[in-house]
Design a protein around this ligand. Structure first.
Ligand SMILES: N[C@@H](CCC(=O)N[C@@H](CS)C(=O)NCC(=O)O)C(=O)O
Length: 212
């Protein structure tokens, strides 16, 4: 049957998985996954075909060989990490995996989610009404988490989790692209983070996936 990734470009959660797959491909693991676009601008994610894959209507969705689905971006990436170990981003060590997951959760929940709310409250690509108060609150919300990342990068590490690129980088880059799409930049006066952003975007995986 073959696995299928239901996705849409630009949206951060599908984008982080697309970046992840491109990073894996760079490491020689071209995973057998067909990418199928669900056009959210046309509302296809709310149509019965997609709701039968995922009752919440969100993207990404990974369809497995047995016809069942994974509907959470992190679960999709970790499933692929654990199943296809050659060219995996993470080493097998439990503590190293725990730390990588810890950081990804911080980036996603404390920065990625508020950034998505900010974009939708400012210039939503899918037409949500502007909500300036929500946008302002989201800017406030991400300040301490961004400071945290700035502090991590202060030791000279190239990527958020250290020497090697990891899922947290894919997650943050996907959020930053969403902001770039609406011509916003919330990185502030954080030189380490800005250097990370340039470094990550220069990677072949980022060049292949990011369009903004
Ligand atoms: N926690 C989910 C969130 C998925 C999600 O919210 N995806 C967005 C795109 S980035 C979506 O499909 N939004 C459309 C909607 O909620 O109607 C994940 O990590 O995959």
């Amino acid at each position: 049957m073959g696995m299928k990734l239901y996705m849409v470009p630009l949206a951060p959660n599908p984008t982080k998985v697309m970046l992840y797959l491109a990073e894996r491909a760079q490491l020689g693991a071209d995973l057998p996954i067909e990418q199928i676009m669900v056009n959210t601008l046309k509302g296809q994610h709310r149509e019965p075909a997609h709701l039968s894959r995922n009752p919440f209507g969100t993207l990404p969705v990974l369809e497995l060989d047995d016809g069942t689905y994974l509907i959470e971006s992190l679960a999709i990436m970790e499933y692929l990490e654990d199943t296809y170990r050659d060219g995996a981003l993470r080493p097998g060590d439990a503590l190293a995996c725990g730390r990588a997951r810890d950081l990804e959760r911080v980036v996603d929940q404390r920065i990625g989610v508020p950034i998505a709310a900010y974009v939708h409250a400012t210039k939503s690509p899918i037409g949500w009404d502007p909500e300036p108060e929500v946008a302002a609150k989201m800017v406030e919300t991400i300040q301490i988490p961004l400071n945290h990342l700035e502090g991590l990068l202060a030791d000279g590490r190239p990527y958020l989790n250290g020497e090697r690129v990891d899922i947290a980088d894919c997650t943050l880059a996907a959020g930053m692209q969403f902001l770039r799409f609406i011509e916003e930049d919330l990185m502030g006066d954080r030189p380490n983070l800005r250097a990370w952003d340039e470094r990550y975007r220069a990677r072949p995986a980022a060049q292949a996936v990011l369009k903004w």
